[in-house]
Design a protein around this ligand. Sequence first.
Ligand SMILES: [Zn+2]
Length: 305
Amino acid sequence: VFFNYAFRQDFISTFDAYGDAIKYRSVAPSAVSAKGGIGVIIRSLSTSLDDAPHTGTTRYADTVKKIPAIAIGNTTSELIAGAAGKGKIRATIIASCEMKDSVLSYNVIGELRGSEKPEEYVLVGGHLDSWDIAEGANDDGAGCVQSIEVIRTLKTLGIRPKRTVRAVMFMNEENGLRGGRAYADSAVAKGERHILAMESDAGGFTPRGIGTSNFSAKQLAKLKSWAPIFRRLNVYDLDGEGGGADIGPLQRTGTAMAGLEPDPQRYFEIHHARHDVFENVNHRELKIGAVVMATLVYLVSEHGL
Ligand SMILES: [Zn+2]
């Protein structure tokens, strides 16, 4: 079965368009297999007008036979779709991917101990792992570098935060969120109180907003009282929903969640594809994102939330 489902243009945020289209990669192969299909080819979940395949998670239901499923570049996808209208198409799938056994790996954590309330944590994070067809420079090297930059900035400015600031490079976000789960389990076991967790995992692009979830009305009001500070960084949107996959498991501890929201228009050109490389990260845009994160972390570490 061939799916040529393109990102819907009526979603202004490409993340919404991705959320709409992802079913063709994530669950369609199971549905096709259940009906006796022998393979699935999809148009890549991408906005790029090129021929690079974009990979990502596919989940097979336990009840079905796992059939081959591949994503192809968008220009080839268009060609096939055009040809399919004129007659029968024959395709041969040659795939060499496989699931390997798990190996032990680790989250990487750095922190500045708080001077007044060290038992209260303000977390920033991104994830270390990436899909193996590229470096994962935007997904999520950018979030890791920005999180480290928050700590470096505070140190360079000689700021000893009142609350403990922790930068976490989570391991294994892409294949099951194991680092995020392990971190939350450890935080619960140790009784660590996280008052804010902020994630950057939407690319190193120009920041537009800070999305929130799990904020109380009082916490949201406090964030919005800092709006003039964020406006100076061209960050206007403090109304959106946000957070992140890796910090998600912490939500059960009552932690307020925030996500850096960069401009979403170019992320899905490179997401999970061979062009997600260092050269495609804009240094200045990346740094401004780090400044936004450092600003929020500083404000919360000084004033609480
Ligand atoms: Zn990511």
